[in-house]
Design a protein around this ligand. Structure first.
Ligand SMILES: Cc1cc2nc3c(=O)[nH]c(=O)nc-3n(C[C@H](O)[C@H](O)[C@H](O)COP(=O)(O)OP(=O)(O)OC[C@H]3O[C@@H](n4cnc5c(N)ncnc54)[C@H](O)[C@@H]3O)c2cc1C
Length: 388
């Protein structure tokens, strides 16, 4: 059995964090900085790819700043982003954005994990975790790597496992409602961005079956994120073909063949709600707490601001659990992301109406200032970010 698993099983942990995406890695770092013994586990081997548009918006950058790692994207070579170019049916409009950053998730998440390790977190990758049932003292967490299995003891478990089923034994107590018309996420990358994806610009193309976003990330590489109706993917014959068909109709016939040639990854259905976000000795954070769609590019901002807001509650919970903490987290989470999710749902629903997309693009072309309030609302950091 590997040394890491044996060593993990011989310690009592204040917190075990399941999932080392932006939510879990930042939460682990914040708790370790508060003096807690923290184990962070991820089932993937790091650095790992993750289906994502790779755009940190201004709110996400503000959250990293508040967490004391504001320079991290730039140290990792992120591309500054300042404009959004949207196309549909050969119509195109460009709007200015508050400054953001383009960075691949392999690089960003590995950087956040490295910052967590510097803060004192013990990190195990390639390890699948499942939280057991609560006792008065905490929860067991079952860890497996291939055929090796151990159980560790945690005073608190933070589940930041992203989309898909919760790796929790009493997951039925934390039900999720998946939207009947939920789209699927998809993503890919290439070593060099083509000229149609210029520096500083998020290139977004909208079609009847979904949308595709392309951006330049570190080292001039191309990052692609997309959301499709499942039937559209089926009819096209796969994710790459769906993306190529969509961009060829939208604005960029020359990119179609590039997208066809790349290796795509998909996600489970994107849109779901989870109303209960905590059980005894356990909190749910990040995408695992609910998600809408990627068009507004906010998921990482939600994950990072959520991690900042949860840290004081989680630190208190690791010392002694009380029922108030659950209600406190649910109301804090609703305050932080509730309004933004409603806005994102409204945009997602508008995108399903081709006439509305065409009208919006026309208005944006003739009156680009119309977009300013929406762009401000999407990018604005919450009024109260917990600072360290
Ligand atoms: C197509 C697409 C485009 C997007 N574009 C953007 C964008 O441009 N900007 C933006 O801000 N957001 C974007 N998002 C949203 C963003 O990717 C997510 O909101 C963000 O990754 C959430 O972070 P997280 O830490 O909650 O989850 P994740 O990043 O999904 O991390 C979860 C981690 O948990 C691990 N895990 C899962 N189960 C287990 C287990 N049982 N044991 C151990 N580990 C486990 C996984 O391996 C993973 O590493 C996009 C999403 C999609 C689908």
């Amino acid at each position: 059995m590997s040394v890491g698993l044996i060593a993990a099983a011989t310690r009592q942990w204040d917190a075990v964090v399941i999932g080392a995406g932006p939510a879990g890695a930042l939460e682990a770092a914040l708790l370790a900085r508060r003096g807690l013994a923290v184990l962070l586990v991820d089932k993937a081997h790091f650095p790992r790819p993750k289906v994502c548009g790779g755009c940190l918006n201004a709110a996400a950058l503000a959250a990293l700043q508040a967490a004391g790692v504001g320079d991290l994207p730039w140290q990792l070579g992120a591309e500054p982003l300042s404009r959004l170019q949207v196309s549909s049916r050969r119509r195109r409009a460009t709007v200015s954005l508050r400054p953001g950053a383009g960075i691949s998730r392999g690089t960003l998440d590995a950087g956040l994990v490295a910052a967590a390790i510097t803060a004192g977190v013990v990190f195990l990758d390639g390890v699948r975790a499942r939280a057991g049932l609560a006792t008065d003292q905490g929860r067991p967490v079952h860890l497996s790597r291939g055929s090796e299995q151990v159980t560790v003891q945690a005073r608190l478990v933070v589940v930041a496992s992203g989309l898909g089923p919760l790796p929790v034994e009493d997951a039925d107590q934390l039900p999720a409602t998946v939207a009947p018309n939920a789209r699927l996420g998809a993503g890919t990358s290439a070593p060099h961005a083509p000229p149609q994806v210029p520096p500083g610009v998020i290139v977004m193309m909208i079609g009847d079956g979904g949308y595709v976003g392309l951006v330049r990330v570190e080292n001039g590489a191309l990052n692609v994120g997309a959301a499709f109706d499942p039937e559209f993917v089926k009819a096209a014959g796969g994710l790459g073909e769906a993306a190529a068909t969509l961009v060829e109709a939208a604005d960029a016939p020359l990119i179609g063949n590039l997208l066809r040639s790349l290796r795509w990854r998909g996600t489970p259905p994107l849109t779901f709600r989870r109303r209960i976000l905590a059980r005894k000795r356990l909190f749910v954070l990040g995408d695992a707490a609910g998600y809408v769609e990627p068009f507004t590019g906010e998921g990482m901002a939600w994950a990072l601001t959520g991690a900042l807001a949860l840290a004081p509650l989680a630190a208190a919970a690791a010392t002694s659990w009380n029922e108030q903490l659950q209600r406190h987290w649910e109301s804090e989470h609703a305050r932080l992301v509730g309004r933004r999710r409603r806005l994102c749902r409204a945009v997602a629903s508008g995108l399903r109406r081709p006439w509305l997309t065409a009208l919006s693009l026309h208005l944006l072309r003739v009156l680009p200032q119309l977009a300013a309030p929406a762009v401000r609302a999407i990018n604005a950091p919450p009024r109260r970010l917990v600072e360290l």
